[in-house]
Design a protein around this ligand. Structure first.
Ligand code: SAM
Ligand code: SF4
Length: 384
């Protein structure tokens, strides 16, 4: 890949594409900063080069190369997890404000041509998107251009019956969220039923040889911290990777420091029972710190966004369902790629907007107490 991947003639111009879906309707966004300008933005060509083999547009001023894009496909969900969305629900964007399938695929292609090699589909609940299969099939055609992985993060409620088709369409990684092994508690945490469906989805993913099958578990004091060791025991016979996630503050989730269980506290609980717990090596951009009880089929990991941030190796960008590019999960700065794209500008200009946003990415996100006071979207509108 060259220093700067120019849009190729294989891609129809954005102007052609946007003619079908031009919409300059203004959205009221639940964030403080949203930029839509393109030509007024500074050119990005003067930034320092850290690696001549990676796109300048996706390299920030600290040399971080962004090769992982998370795309939220919907704002809707069939669960109502306490830590993710306010009890009263959220205001959904009008349908015409959401990215269409061609828009998602067009932007994905642009990102992949610049060096994104992994795309994860999230939400809301991505399985609620009716054209999910089409989206995965479209993404799968980007493999010759450099896309290596297509993943999904799902609550698993309807996954078991869809998984084989999604895999056949090209999806190769699956993360399933599950915060408790007790059916009644599942209903309390998610405010809905469905425990059995999630368990069958986990079994189906194992049966279809997804490796590893990752299970996301948000740990909250007073809710499920007493199950940390049960989750570790779950890995004895099942080849799954349980990822314990520190509870994070987002808009409307009433985060409270006292309810957060830190990585160190979880580790102490596990080591009390399994002193032989072994630290495994992590990949260069892993957000999770990996461990294993020797002899167990699966492993565990900790996502320590609150107690030990991993901003220094962050390689992620996020696109919200309404088309905003978010360069940091915990930052409230966003830029509307939807509006830029629908205005009919060239691919080069869209890239400049992306590059300028990446360029503005901060070295690290704010600390715990500032984050809890900061205005940000509810997690359901970001996508994890
Ligand atoms: N609906 C899908 C699901 O639940 O897997 C995908 C979207 S969900 C927002 C993505 C991930 O974010 C889930 O694993 C969820 O547990 C996690 N999450 C949501 N709110 C969180 C919070 N306040 N702190 C930590 N993780 C959170
Ligand atoms: Fe829905 Fe996932 Fe949020 Fe739970 S965590 S409410 S399943 S989007």
């Amino acid at each position: 890949m060259g220093v700067l991947q120019q849009p190729t003639s294989l891609m129809p111009a954005f102007a052609n594409f946007s003619a079908q879906s031009r919409c300059m309707c203004s959205t009221t966004l639940p964030v403080t900063e949203t930029r839509t300008e393109s030509s007024l933005l500074p050119k990005v060509k003067t930034r320092p080069k850290f690696d001549r083999d990676f796109s300048e547009f996706l390299t920030d001023t600290f040399g971080r190369q962004h090769s992982y894009l998370r795309i939220s496909l919907t704002e809707r969900c069939n669960l109502r997890c306490q830590y993710c969305m306010p009890e009263e629900g959220i205001d959904l964007s009008p349908k015409e404000h959401l990215l269409t399938t061609p828009e998602i695929l067009k932007l994905s292609q642009l990102f992949v041509q610049q060096g994104i090699n992994k795309v994860r589909l999230t939400g809301g609940e991505p399985l609620l998107r009716k054209d999910l299969l089409q989206i995965i099939e479209g993404l799968n055609t980007l493999r010759p251009q450099g896309l290596k992985h297509i993943g999904i993060t799902t609550n698993g409620i309807t996954l078991a019956r869809k998984l084989a088709d999604l895999q056949a369409a090209g999806m190769d990684q699956v993360n399933i969220s599950l915060d408790t092994l007790i059916p009644a508690k599942f209903e309390f945490v998610t405010r809905r039923r469905g425990y059995k469906h999630v368990m069958s989805a986990i079994d189906k993913a194992i049966e279809l040889n997804f490796s590893p099958v990752k299970i996301n578990c948000v740990v909250m004091r007073g809710t499920n911290e007493d199950e940390v060791c049960d989750f570790v025991a779950f890995t004895k016979d099942k080849p799954v990777d349980i990822r314990f996630i520190e509870y994070m503050p987002f808009g409307g989730n009433q985060w409270n420091f006292k309810r957060m269980v830190s990585y160190q506290q979880m580790l102490d609980m596990i080591r009390d029972k399994w002193p032989e717990l072994e630290r495994l090596s992590d990949g260069p951009n892993d957000t999770s710190k990996a461990y294993k009880v020797p002899g167990f089929a699966g492993q565990v990991g900790f996502i320590t966004s609150m107690s030990e941030h991993f901003c220094g190796t962050c390689n992620r960008l996020r696109m919200t369902a309404d088309g905003n590019l978010k360069v940091c999960l915990h930052g409230n700065s966003e830029v509307s790629l939807r509006d830029v794209m629908r205005s009919g500008v060239s691919e080069e200009e869209v890239l400049e907007v992306i590059g300028a946003a990446v360029n503005r990415k901060k070295k690290q996100h704010a600390g715990m107490s500032s984050l809890s006071k900061m205005k940000n979207r509810p997690m359901i509108l970001i996508g994890g």
